[in-house]
Design a protein around this ligand. Structure first.
Ligand SMILES: Nc1ncnc2c1ncn2[C@@H]1O[C@H](COP(=O)(O)OP(=O)(O)OP(=O)(O)O)[C@@H](O)[C@H]1O
Length: 331
């Protein structure tokens, strides 16, 4: 849907002004978000904000609606109701590419890379939406009947090249290199290798590098340490802390509570599609509703959220299970 259509749609409901007023200082503002699947209330009236430079984590047992919330914010799913605004502007009717252009980049729960592309090319793909000189007619691609114009134009420029497109490619190359260098020790030696040959952890790093290459206003991370062992998780924590120090706003979904409690400014706890607690890590970890949500299903094992947190375990609904390494780093 075009920006104008989305704006008209939003304006028809009178929601633009309300969203803008309610979220004056927020980078991201989510209000009354709902998404149901065949009677399952995956996300059920969720409202929250992320301020500029803030790191907010969403935690909760399996199936509590965390990933669905991230999918709604990134445009991968459409909301049944509610509004999502970035810097006061509605994005809930925009498609994922448009939302990425607006400054929201994401990674996926299971890590998604293009298997046959090299690490460098995977990172470069993330920058495709930012090309101007090489894609002068890109906005026309939103008009169904004119889709062939930008395609032919891009093909032409790719074959003959122009001074501006060559300059742009140099900038892109530098941006890609800078993101690969962020993970230099791990990705540096593999920068020209195809993604299918990488360890699971390196594929996750490639995915994060691709998202960061966009220099997003808001970075959405869906379980960035899933499948990583303790030392790999510690590396990710260091990188998240560095991003935080650089002022990167992050909305993080993560099961490893030690990491969440260390990196987050604020923690949102979901259960059954609803937010059951929200606040600074130290407050949330002692909230009785949170302890009940995490441990109620395994009553009899004893302990509380603190035990879960201090053990460094990943909480996965019915049981506390240390995340297994499904593919460690190459030796
Ligand atoms: N595409 C879908 N079709 C049907 N049901 C879905 C779909 N996506 C999610 N659900 C359901 O919505 C609920 C919330 O799922 P979601 O993946 O958002 O939870 P989650 O908190 O991210 O879980 P996890 O920690 O296991 O990733 C679950 O009951 C899930 O089965």
């Amino acid at each position: 849907m075009s920006e104008n259509t989305a704006a008209a749609d939003a304006s028809a409901t009178g929601e633009v002004d309300a969203a803008a007023t309610a979220t004056a200082d927020a980078l991201l503002s989510v209000d009354g978000l709902e998404r149901h699947f065949d009677g399952v209330r995956a996300v059920d009236g969720v409202s929250f904000t992320v301020a500029p430079h803030e790191v907010v984590s969403i935690i909760g047992p399996n199936g509590s609606g965390k990933t669905t919330t991230l999918n709604l914010v990134s445009g991968a799913l459409r909301a049944g109701a509610g509004t999502i605004s970035l810097e006061g502007r509605r994005i809930d009717h925009a498609d994922p590419a448009r939302i990425a252009e607006e400054g929201v980049a994401r990674t996926f729960q299971n890590g998604r890379v293009f298997a046959t592309l090299s690490v460098r090319d995977n990172v470069e793909v993330g920058l495709h939406s930012t090309l101007v000189a090489s894609r002068p007619f890109r906005r026309l691609s939103r008009l169904f009947l004119l889709k062939w114009v930008p395609l032919l134009g891009e093909l032409f420029i790719a074959i003959i090249g122009t001074p501006a497109s060559r300059r742009e490619q140099k900038q892109i190359d530098a941006a890609v290199e800078s993101e690969v260098q962020r993970f230099e020790a791990r990705l540096g030696p593999r920068r020209d290798d195809p993604a299918y040959s990488l360890s699971y952890a390196n594929r996750r790093r490639t995915e994060i590098a691709r998202a960061l290459a966009l220099q997003p206003k808001l970075l959405l991370l869906d379980e960035p340490t899933a499948g990583m062992n303790q030392s790999e998780t510690a590396e990710v924590l260091e990188q998240l802390l560095q991003l935080k120090a650089d002022g990167q706003a992050i909305l993080l979904v993560e099961h490893k509570l030690d990491l969440v409690m260390t990196v987050s400014d604020r923690v949102i706890v979901m259960d059954g599609g609803r937010i059951i607690a929200e606040g600074p890590p130290q407050t949330v970890r002692h909230d009785p509703a949170v302890i009940e949500a995490y441990l109620g299903r395994r009553r009899g094992l004893g302990g509380g959220v603190d035990d879960v947190v201090s053990s460094g375990d990943a909480v996965s609904g019915d049981a506390v299970s240390g995340d297994t390494t499904t593919g460690g780093d190459e030796a």
